[in-house]
Structures are given as structure tokens and as C-alpha cells.
Design a protein around this ligand. Structure first.
Ligand code: PMP
Length: 462
């Protein structure tokens, strides 16, 4: 097929609802690792990673090889919820490499293949288990845009049309600043039979609010929230769609918090390869579904089971991958600290490899992201006003490429800030005559986080 012109076919035929392509205006063709290429052969460092669906990068060769072998051997593709050899292998590895070593005992529910499908299944199950309707969800949360999950999503931009009832909003940690104890606040509401908030079937939360601006809940807040759910007879659902699968450092984002959620929702990177797949982990005592009570045609994406099994074997057979993630996360923090010096309003957000920087305004963040793209870096924004630039580099990004990407972000921030500064009159040359200087924010040396020398663009394996 020949494109009419570079993007006119999309402008002519694709719905106005398209989003990411408005900022990243190119036609993409191939990708591997942390590099994505467009139709003109331009390469971009990918800090978007399909919004967290590509934690292991594009086209991992081992997953690709296993998938090709499966397909060429006429392996099952669409499997409904039939038993299949590849599903058995996935379940076996998931149990052996993820659940058992962490002392977790969960049943795995396969849902329709998107995050929002799995969130809806978890909400529905918690309602069935408790006989209650209400779900507590938090300010700035994002749980998907299908009607059930949308009721729990906070952002008004998505919450249009008729919304389903049955969700009460509670403030996330720090929402009112450090002075208000938001767990105590919710406890008070749930303890008071006259508060107007019905006892919930579940408390649904993200440990790091990925779309909501990389707000991080502390360990103690999560622990207290888990205890609160228990005390009020509600299930605790952790939505690990974005923060899970290694994104925040360990396989699950709640691992170091010493809690065991009643239900856990996983999607995005669970297939490892960017293929659609979603699951709900259910404590056995809450697995009260009747056969086929909740269903969906695409619960058996066998291609995803193949790549997911390889991802688990390749990355999660020991703790080395988590250590590599931690190393990369500290590089990101170092760069972000420097970048934050360039912007008066800036603040660091997130944790692990789900970090970012609040630029204080959506307009500024947008300008920086657009300039990054021109310079060969794909990076997106999050937050109520899209004011947070979010770094979602694949967790496998080679260190030099990670630094290169962060360096582009730094350059772009510096350039946008310089352009947006009103010319300050130099007191020595007040009319701006020759020799006068504009004061601009100071930039940091490109290799600030790498005292050893200049950055190379070529990827190295480490
Ligand atoms: N939950 C969280 C935490 C998410 O980040 C997302 C997607 N950004 C979803 C649910 C919805 O996933 P999907 O887009 O696959 O429906």
C-alpha cells in the first residue's frame, strides 16, 4: 500500500478521537528495543513504550522467536477459555516464578484483553463477594474508560456522557497537602452510618497514579488503607495495570509494602510483547464466580500466553532484573533533579521507572514534549493538567540510550525555557546594545550523570 501522503489518510479516515498521534505526528514502521522508526527512516528513543505495554522493549527477540515458532506450528491463536498447552505453560511459570516466590496464593482470572476489562471484572467480583455496590476510588485515579471502570476514573476529560453510579471518591494521599490524614478522613466517613457514603464492596487504588500525574502513595498509607478496607469489610483491589510488571521496581508495585491485596489487576506488559492480555488475581476464598458468569471472546489470546511465558522466564527467574531496574531508576532521578533546576515550578514525581517531572503547566510540558520529538525522543505527559512529563522507557533500555534520552529532555527543557524567558535587561548594557546579555536558566553539562565521559547514541547490551 502506498500512503496518499504521509498522514493524510489518517486525517481523512480516522476518528477525531485519536490522541497520541497528534503529538507524535509521524507514521511508524519498525521498532526494536527502545528505538522506534518512522516511514522516513527517522529513529526515536521511545520513552512512551506503548504507555507501559512494552516494559521489555519492542520485539524482544526471544519472545518473537517463540511466537513465530508457535504460529508456524499452527499453534492455537484464539482460545476462548479452553484449556490450551500455552495457557498451561503461562500459568505454571506465573505461579512458579511470580506467585510462589512471593508467598502469594491467587487464582488467575483471564478477562477481556484490556486493563479496563480487568478492572471491571474486579469491581464486579468484589460486588458479588460482598453483596455491596459502592466502590471507593481516589482523586486523580485512572482505571480505564469503559463505563464501569470510567465511573472509578477521576479525570473529567474522560468522564463525559452518562456515568454509572456506585463509586465514591476519596482523596488520595497528599491530595489536600500534608496536613490532612486522608486515611483517617475515609475511616471517619465509613464509620459514620450517616455520612452518606455507603459501605464499599472494595477500595480500588493504584500505588502510583500513572495517568493521574505520578502521585506516589507511601508504604504506611497503603498499609493503613489495606487495614481500613479489612476493618470495613471491603476488598482491597490494587490496579497494577501500569505500575506492575516491574515498572516500579519489583514485579508487583505493592511488594515492599507487606500487604496482600484481595484482588490484583494486571494488563499492559503482562504479555511482555505488547499483545492484548489482562488478568485479575483473586484470593481463592473470593473466587466465587459461577462458570462463565463473566466472560469475553478474547480471554484466550494464546499468542500473548506464549510471549508472556518467555518474558517471565527471561526476566523474572531471579532478582537481577529488579536490580537493573533500580540502577536505571536512580539514573532517571539524577537527570530529573538537574532538569528540575531549569524550571522554577518543577517537581519530581513517581518512583522506580515510573518517574517524571511536573513542569507546573500543561502548556510548558507540551512544548517540551513536542521539541523532544523533533529531537528524536518520544515522551508523553500525565496529570490533571497534563503538566507532568512522564518517563516510561522500557525497563530494558540500555544505560547509554536512557541517558541519551534524558539528555534530549534536558536540552529541550532548557531550550523551551530560554525561549519563554522575557529578555532581562542587562544593567551594564541597559538598552540591550551590543554586548548586552539575556539571562537564561543555567543548563547542566550533558554528561552530568556520567562523570566518565561523553554519551554515545549507540545501544550497548548490559
Ligand atoms: N488502569 C490503569 C492504572 C491504567 O494506567 C490503565 C491504562 N492507562 C488502565 C487501567 C486501562 O487500561 P486499558 O487502556 O488497557 O483499558
Amino acid at each position: 500500500m502506498k500512503f496518499l501522503s504521509k498522514t493524510s489518510v489518517f486525517h481523512k479516515l480516522e476518528s477525531e478521537v485519536r490522541g497520541y498521534c497528534r503529538r507524535f505526528d509521524a507514521v511508524f514502521t519498525t521498532a526494536n528495543g527502545s528505538i522506534i522508526r518512522d516511514i522516513d527512516g527517522r529513529e526515536y528513543i521511545d520513552f512512551l513504550a506503548a504507555c507501559g505495554a512494552l516494559n521489555y522493549g519492542h520485539n524482544d527477540p526471544d519472545m518473537a522467536a517463540a511466537l513465530v515458532t508457535h504460529i508456524t506450528a499452527n499453534g492455537i491463536a484464539a482460545g476462548l477459555d479452553l484449556f490450551s498447552a500455552v495457557k498451561a505453560e503461562f500459568l505454571d511459570r506465573f505461579n512458579g516464578l511470580i506467585l510462589e516466590p512471593r508467598g502469594l496464593d491467587y487464582r488467575v482470572q483471564f478477562t477481556g484483553p484490556t486493563g479496563t476489562n480487568a478492572v471491571e471484572a474486579a469491581m464486579k467480583l468484589s460486588r458479588k463477594v460482598t453483596g455491596r455496590t459502592n466502590i471507593v476510588a481516589f482523586t486523580n485515579s485512572f482505571h480505564g474508560v469503559s463505563m464501569g471502570a470510567l465511573a472509578a476514573t477521576g479525570n473529567r476529560h474522560h468522564r463525559m456522557g452518562m456515568l454509572l453510579p456506585g463509586v465514591s471518591r476519596a482523596p488520595y494521599e497528599g491530595y489536600f497537602g500534608p496536613g490532612l490524614d486522608t486515611v483517617g478522613y475515609l475511616d471517619q466517613l465509613l464509620s459514620d452510618p450517616s455520612s452518606g457514603i455507603d459501605l464499599p464492596a472494595a477500595i480500588l487504588l493504584e500505588t502510583v497514579q500513572g495517568e493521574g500525574g505520578l502521585n506516589v502513595a507511601s508504604r504506611s498509607w497503603i498499609q493503613r488503607m489495606a487495614a481500613l478496607a479489612k476493618a470495613h469489610g471491603a476488598l482491597l483491589i490494587i490496579d497494577d495495570v501500569q505500575a506492575g510488571c516491574g515498572r516500579t521496581g519489583k514485579f508487583f508495585s505493592f511488594e515492599e509494602m507487606e500487604i496482600v491485596p484481595d484482588l490484583v489487576v494486571l494488563s499492559k506488559s503482562i504479555s511482555g510483547f505488547g499483545l492484548p492480555m489482562a488478568i485479575v488475581l483473586v484470593k481463592p476464598e473470593f473466587d466465587l464466580w459461577e462458570p462463565a458468569e463473566h466472560n469475553g471472546t478474547f480471554r484466550g489470546n494464546s499468542h500473548a500466553f506464549v510471549t508472556s511465558r518467555v518474558a517471565l522466564e527471561k526476566f523474572w527467574c531471579d532478582s537481577r532484573f529488579s536490580r537493573r531496574i533500580a540502577d536505571r531508576a536512580s539514573i532517571v532521578t539524577t537527570y530529573l533533579r538537574h532538569i528540575s533546576n531549569l524550571v522554577p515550578e518543577a517537581g519530581l514525581k513517581g518512583r522506580g521507572m515510573l518517574q517524571g517531572i511536573s513542569m507546573g503547566s500543561g502548556d510548558l510540558a507540551d512544548k517540551i514534549c513536542r521539541l523532544c520529538f523533533k529531537k528524536g525522543l518520544m515522551i508523553e505527559t500525565a496529570g490533571a493538567h497534563d503538566e507532568v512529563i512522564k518517563i516510561m522507557a522500557p525497563l530494558t533500555t540500555p544505560v547509554n540510550l536512557l541517558k541519551k534520552g534524558l539528555e534530549i529532555l534536558q536540552e529541550a527543557t532548557s531550550e523551551v525555557m530560554r525561549r519563554s524567558q522575557p529578555a532581562t535587561i542587562d544593567p551594564i548594557h541597559p538598552k540591550g546594545e551590543e554586548g548586552g546579555s539575556l539571562r537564561v536558566p543555567e543548563s547542566i553539562p550533558a554528561n552530568a550523570a556520567e562523570p566518565g565521559g561523553p554519551l554515545r547514541i549507540t545501544a550497548s547490551v548490559d
